[in-house]
Write a protein that binds this ligand. Sequence first.
Ligand SMILES: NC(=O)c1ccc[n+]([C@@H]2O[C@H](COP(=O)([O-])OP(=O)(O)OC[C@H]3O[C@@H](n4cnc5c(N)ncnc54)[C@H](O)[C@@H]3O)[C@@H](O)[C@H]2O)c1
Length: 500
Amino acid sequence: MKTILVTGSAGFIGSNLVKRLFKDMQEGTIVGIDNMNAYYDVSLKEYRLKELETLHSQLTLNSPLSTINYHFVKGSIADRELINKLFEEYHFDIVVNLAAQAGVRYSIENPDVYIESNIIGFYNILEACRHHPVEHLVYASSSSVYGGNKKIPFSTDDRVDNPVSLYAATKKSNELMAHCYSKLYNIPSTGLRFFTVYGPAGRPDMAYFGFTNKLLKGETIQIFNYGNCRRDFTYVDDIVEGIVRVMKKAPASPHPSPKGKGDRGVHTADPMMYGKLKERAEEMRKNPTEAESVLWNALRDNGLGVKFRQQHIIEDFIVDFYCNEYKVTVEIDGKYHDRPEQKKSDEERTARLNELGYTELRFTNEEVFHDLDNILKKIKTFCSGTPSPSGEGRGEAGTPLLQEGSEEAPYAVYNIGGGQPENLLDFVNILQEELLRAGVLPQDYDFDAHKQLVPMQPGDVPVTYADSSALERDFGFTPKITLREGLRKFAEWYKEYYGS
Ligand SMILES: NC(=O)c1ccc[n+]([C@@H]2O[C@H](COP(=O)([O-])OP(=O)(O)OC[C@H]3O[C@@H](n4cnc5c(N)ncnc54)[C@H](O)[C@@H]3O)[C@@H](O)[C@H]2O)c1
């Protein structure tokens, strides 16, 4: 039973991903977040959200046993407090970060929003994954990181140090930031460099959509580089298929010791057992004992809430409080802890945790109620890295789990493209034919009168073509939808949506 966060869920790719998750998942929780910004027509985002709501209610109606929870939150990933709150509340297993300010040209006039969403927003997601460990963080990068690279096809082994737009620079920065967090905090992350994604209810700022709007209004479309551009177009269902496959398989962690959900595979050999433990942990989190509530509130009041998570699973134990950063667990002895069987299991857990490299701090209910300051002092001492009298402290404050020079990070970046670069003129011809077929434009439409061949625009790249062989090798993924099939679906949707 997974809990998944999809950021940018009202966006083109995000909404299609949520749709697909509704189909694939038997149970679990999907949380979507989007700030619904007006970069392009907001009603399109609202339409996508409405579709998701309808699909979700149909799911519940058609199969009353379906236990897929879906929540949409309107808000920004740049809002640190909101992001922390969501991670604290839901304890996500998988995070797919698609929220971003997209568009190359828009970044020339509006640089601020790129820094806010793509840099600060992504940083907030990374920080939240650091403090609330996840199994896998998958995030959108872009083919634009290849800048003006000449070598074709673009390979993830190529140097990408010469971005030609701020948008590209933010996407490349995301990859660097993710690498750093993967390495330092053992956060399994995969970046996906998307190549021109298209499809129904797509982005109006993209060429195929913009061309259609213009042709319909009787305006002239401009075809850059005299049509001699080649692009790797990827139909949205193919992209979603790729994302879904990638989500399920996080890059291998070089650190099999439990430092968070990223290593869940070694927490328990039995997935059934894990499911039960997770349910139990959630139940315990919802119904804390009085002592647990008192300690949790005190941790939060003292700024430690962000470091700790409640009821964390390590192998087949549930620990009361857990801090990833310092590999420490906090246990509160309840009223049954004097019973022999409880005592035995406590001892077993303590011994196993020690073997795994954790320090277990244990306190009684009594101590929590009457000596809270002392408990906090001990926890703070531990987390500040100053060795406590018992020698429990560990390193400098904020010491990462993995040190520079240690093994490789659980980190990967893949290209995900259509697999076949298409000439822009051929693309426009197929689009024309499909717009006629779907009845978007009249049969006698004079295309030649509405087409203008113009030179290249600054910042644009003549050829973008992905080498997606690594994705095929590691995930068996190859795009399936031809350009004609994809543009047909777009044209049919356009006709239905705009009713032209
Ligand atoms: N569509 C493509 O061809 C393409 C190509 C390369 C990369 N990408 C990347 O894929 C991702 C998804 O792209 P898309 O085509 O679906 O774009 P999109 O604009 O339709 O979706 C992005 C969504 O994120 C939301 N958003 C933006 N800033 C936000 C913030 N601060 N907080 C919360 N939500 C925010 C927007 O409202 C939007 O709904 C983006 O990261 C984009 O950069 C897309």
